[in-house]
Design a protein around this ligand. Structure first.
Ligand code: PGA
Length: 252
């Protein structure tokens, strides 16, 4: 069977306790009949249980970060191999909250992506401009530079997806216009083509930032959008499932 091209990934951030696994169970039950690929990235401590809950369904589980090294003296960190060992198949890298809260540079993000590939994980690499950069008209150059520096040479369509997440749209209810999203996605595709050539062709480009049931269908209709990275609306199964069911059937 062809793989669904549309990817809907939920980022639970630092939310969720054991009782919330019931949301993952409900999402897993719905994932099999969805036309898009569904991923939930819970906090690291819930990955193993989430993987068990999702086992036997098409729902995939991911981490929210990983360390570049496979093991060692890195207090508090989790390696890509550790994520894979407890059932993760995806990992979000370079989220703007990691970049701002933990000072992650694009070079660090690229090193983490290499670690993800080493462990057999698919990396969802995030890029996006601040409100100030949007206002100053530097969005495209900022996103292009971030992407070029965050993307390892070994990136390809099966080991990587890119999430365009304008920082000012995350958790704010604000969303760029369709045209603004289309313009940034086209710029991202151009960088991918220059850097990776054929390898970039099928790479999935997600939009993230205040995606919810009420706007998902119109966001998925924007040219160049292959799915979504969803924060707040991924915490409740009913919201996430309605976003999932708004995704069009596209196969690679
Ligand atoms: P949001 O978060 O959907 O709550 O805006 C998106 C994200 O940070 O990935």
């Amino acid at each position: 069977m062809a793989m669904p091209r549309t990817l809907i990934a939920g980022n639970w951030k630092m939310n969720g306790l054991i009782p919330d696994l019931s949301e993952i169970k409900t999402i897993a039950d719905a994932a099999n009949s969805a036309s898009a690929e569904a991923v939930i990235c819970p906090p690291a401590i819930l990955i193993e249980r989430s993987s068990s809950v999702a086992s036997g369904t098409t729902l995939r589980i991911g981490g929210q970060d990983c360390h570049p090294a496979s093991s060692g003296a890195h207090t508090g960190d989790v390696s890509a191999e550790m994520l894979a060992a407890v059932g993760a198949t995806y990992v979000i890298l370079g989220h703007s909250e990691r970049r701002s809260d933990h000072g992650e540079t694009s070079a660090m993000v690229a090193a983490k992506a290499v670690a993800a590939y080493r462990a057999g994980l698919t990396a969802i690499i995030c890029v996006g401009e601040t409100e100030q950069e949007r206002v100053c008209g530097t969005t495209l150059s900022v996103v292009e530079a971030q992407l070029a520096a965050s993307l390892p040479d070994a990136a390809n369509a099966s080991n990587t997806a890119i999430a365009y997440e304008p920082i000012w749209a995350i958790g704010t209810g604000q969303v760029p216009t369709d045209q603004e999203i289309a313009e940034v996605h086209a710029a991202i595709r151009a960088v991918l083509t220059t850097k990776l050539r054929e390898g970039a062709k099928e790479m999935r480009l997600l939009y993230g930032g205040s995606v919810k049931p009420s706007n998902a269908r119109s966001i998925f209709a924007i040219p160049g959008v292959d799915g979504a990275l969803v924060g707040g609306a991924s915490l409740k199964a009913s919201d996430f499932i309605s976003i999932l069911s708004a995704a069009p059937l596209r196969e690679t």
